[in-house]
Design a protein around this ligand. Structure first.
Ligand code: SF4
Length: 183
């Protein structure tokens, strides 16, 4: 197993596994052609972090590329507070936290730990309200759940017949490109 998956694709996979296949097919195109406004706004929310302009404190590490050989995952973390050993993911708005977003945070944590960083707590930071939302560290059972999910992701076959959820499709950034739907 040589391929690495991006951490950000884990949440997309839960939304719809086929969207990952479409992303891989179209990822070389101009992203503005297939990213809807909520995704663009989320991307901009990350810009301050990506440009490392959010903090000048030495113990705050921003936008660190991370990877895990164990899980064959790669990506970037938003914020790591080395003093508090806290990993933080910034989101513009979090009306509700989806399981895929938790998996993303856990995945970042697994990568960081494998790279030798200590992580003792996790949180989201909602930019629009300036609030931290703490997330529990994964239990042993959670780790088994995460590993089962990773196995499922890796074995996904895009030719598998699927039930199409039209509500999801109408909010999907790939709906104009998807061959699974007929509107
Ligand atoms: S349009 Fe629907 S079926 Fe196609 S990728 Fe999006 S959510 Fe999945």
């Amino acid at each position: 197993m040589d391929e690495y998956m991006t951490i950000t694709s884990l949440n997309d996979f839960i939304f719809c596994p086929y969207s990952i296949y479409l992303h891989n097919v179209y990822m070389d195109t101009d992203e503005d052609n297939y990213k809807a406004s909520p995704q663009i706004r989320g991307k901009y929310a990350h810009e301050a972090t990506d440009k490392k302009t959010s903090s000048t404190r030495a113990y705050i590490i921003l936008s660190l590329p991370v990877y895990s050989e164990k899980y064959h995952l790669m990506g970037k973390i938003d914020v790591y507070n080395a003093k508090d050993k806290k990993l933080i993911e910034r989101k513009y708005k979090l009306k509700q936290i989806f399981r895929g977003q938790i998996y993303q945070l856990w995945a970042q944590m697994f990568c960081l730990k494998e790279m030798g960083y200590e992580v003792e707590s996790l949180a989201f930071y909602e930019i629009s309200t300036k609030k931290f939302i703490d997330v529990a560290m994964p239990t042993e059972q959670n780790i088994i759940e995460f590993e089962d999910f990773m196995e499922y992701v890796r074995n996904y076959d895009p030719s598998t017949p699927m039930d199409v959820n039209k509500n999801k499709c109408s909010n999907c950034i790939y709906s104009n490109l998807c061959d699974k739907i007929e509107f």
